[in-house]
Design a binder for this molecule. Sequence first.
Ligand code: MG
Length: 374
Amino acid sequence: MNKIKITAVTVYVTEIPVRLMRRHGSGDVAGTVKNAILRLDTDAGVTGWGDAAPWAVFTGTIEANAAALDVYLRPLLIGADPHRIEALMAAADHAVVGHPEAKAAMEMALFDIVGQACGLPVAELLGGRCRDDIPLSFSVADPDVDRDMDMVQRLYGEGLRLFKMKTGFAGHAADLKRMERFRKELPADAELRIDYNQGMDTHEAIRQLRDVEAFRPTFIEQPVPGHHRAALAEITRTLDTPVLADESVFTTSDALLVAASRMADLVSIKIMKHGGMMAGRKVAAICEAAGIACYGGDMFETGIAHLAGTHMIAATPNISLGCEFYQAKYFLERDLLAEAFPIANGRVVVPRTPGLGVRVDEDRVRHYAIATRT
Ligand SMILES: [Mg+2]
């Protein structure tokens, strides 16, 4: 193993226009998304890239994450050996509390460097792939229902079979109408999943979710606020449909609580919630011990973070419910990868090239950058 040193840290704050409107139980995303893109240069001539994709109503803010990378994590990285990923991530947790998105960006850039330096894809560094591709889920989240259904039909034609309808923002009757329309207009092999993003009134949840079960959803995600844990447990016990916890599970301690009390049947793993691939795998391992299968969730990421998520899922058997890495191809005006994020026949294809596996288009990063910190 050759010694390598990190010689420069650059943080770009990018603002990329989006092509679709997304509405969720927790808020809208429209117009543009802002990400903190991390570039790490080394004395070996290898460059690693990371992406922090915060969402202010869910994980954190772009301002705080750009500052976490620039002010608090930069001193740990300059001069460091990128091979020492566990030690550097422990130092990151010691240097600044929270900011899981900034830590995810740091970790993926380190893995990107090490993978390129030793000629292995990140999935192989994590223990080796147990799957070569991952079924892709699209989020049915456009308030314009006609436009949404056109998109769903188009994606079904491209081979997608997983569709996650965002609910809990327009009232129960409107939600049921959209579900009815989906079931009427899509063939039977189109899987319907439901995500409330905490949007239900907790006291109404069980009665309303009994109506939802008639549309045979694969699972119902986070119906009530993340901290309403006793209510989530009761919903899980009462419904026949599996319940998936997302906003309720950020840390390994959260996962332990969910697993020990069987608060949910399933859990969403997101590198932006947990603070990286290794942290995500710890959450998935705790879930595995309780027979809780996991799903590959994401935030409003560029292809850079999608790639990290893809390698994590490829190397983690218990993240078995597919992934929702559709933003790079279908949501952003343009992605930051030089080649298209790899999707074929409705599945994400796990790269076989070293590091994260797809080159970043640096000109495009600079084009979308509204601030650069070196
Ligand atoms: Mg969710």
